[in-house]
Design a protein around this ligand. Structure first.
Ligand code: KDG
Length: 312
């Protein structure tokens, strides 16, 4: 694909974008069309905060893929690492809402992105970035995508590129023992590891924050952001551990909040914030994104995030 700019992106994310249909609780039978896919949400969140971002993925030669291309161009993403596969479809998912919050149903088996393999990851582009981001979902969608993510993380590490890995555990996509093995190996390769406390309960069987963070450190993660939902986030860097309280908002849908957190965090690190400043910013951005339906539409602007921070 052609790309608007010639300057290498600071942030590159690898994974699967999804065409999204969200159920609106007060309009039964109506589906709100949007866009999702954890790594794409993260890439757009970072771009909206002003970072130069590229996305590495594969889409089908279908109407869903065309809409995604239009979206990425309008968000200013570098899409020179996007491949179009004429013989596979773009992934689709549905968001419904139950007593425990959002529920995802996928139509993605055999998708173009699930055909990712180490051979189609442009490693030279990965080496030229400052941050490389991928996730447990990317590694869950197929063995090829799993290997592609490992190859890119390895190349990033060798080139001194910061590796950011979001656990994003989805047990509908892979069995827990495999998820544990792969995510633990990826954590050891990451400079910044992001996970939720609910995910940690499955991955390491710990439920208290210090034990979870000890587990991450033992597994080689250098910096960790442990997301606690309505209780905020705990950052861990070296010996320092600090909890940042959540912002109170009228939340309707948490879809993509963690991805917004990851993208905003990287964008702020790129612009010179230290880890703790960037965490505060990302915490506010993630809260704002829960106030609208779907993953991408509610991703906030920097002005909205600054207003939120100024209120505290
Ligand atoms: O974090 C939100 C994502 O999970 C959502 O947009 C869809 O990528 C997705 C997935 O696989 O769950």
């Amino acid at each position: 694909m052609s790309t608007p700019g010639t300057v290498a992106p600071d942030i590159l994310s690898l994974g699967e974008p999804l065409y999204e249909f969200s159920a609106l609780p007060d309009r039964p039978g109506y589906w709100l069309q949007g866009f999702g896919g954890d790594t794409m949400n993260c890439a757009i969140a970072a771009a909206r905060q002003g970072a130069r971002v590229g996305y590495l993925t594969r889409i089908g030669a279908d109407a869903f893929g065309e809409d995604l291309l239009r979206l990425w161009r309008s968000e200013g993403l570098d899409i020179s690492g996007v491949e179009i596969d004429a013989t596979a479809h773009t992934g689709v998912y549905f968001v419904t809402h139950g007593p425990q919050g959002h529920v995802f149903s996928y139509l993605r088996a055999g998708s173009a992105a699930s055909r990712l393999s180490p051979e189609n990851v442009p490693l030279a582009r990965v080496r030229a970035a400052r941050y490389f981001h991928t996730s447990g979902i990317t590694q869950a969608i197929s063995p090829g995508a799993c290997d592609a993510a490992f190859a890119a993380m390895q190349a990033a590490r060798e080139a001194g590129v910061q590796v950011v890995y979001d656990a994003n555990l989805r047990l509908r996509l892979w069995p827990a023992p495999r998820a544990r093995a792969v995510i633990s190996a990826a954590m050891a390769m990451s400079d910044l590891f992001l996970l939720g406390n609910d995910e940690a309960a499955v991955l390491c069987a710990h439920t208290d924050a210090d034990s979870i963070l000890d587990w991450c450190r033992r597994n080689g993660a250098r910096r960790v952001a442990l997301k606690l939902g309505k209780d905020g986030v705990i950052g861990c860097e070296g010996e320092r551990r600090e909890r940042i309280a959540a912002h109170r908002v009228d939340a309707v849908d948490a879809t993509g909040a963690g991805d917004c957190f990851a993208g905003s965090l990287m964008a702020r690190l790129c612009s010179g914030d230290d880890f703790w400043q960037a965490l505060r910013y990302a915490n506010a951005a993630a809260a704002l994104t829960t106030t609208g339906y779907g993953a991408v539409a509610p991703l906030p602007t920097p002005e909205a995030v600054q207003r939120m921070l100024a209120r505290v």
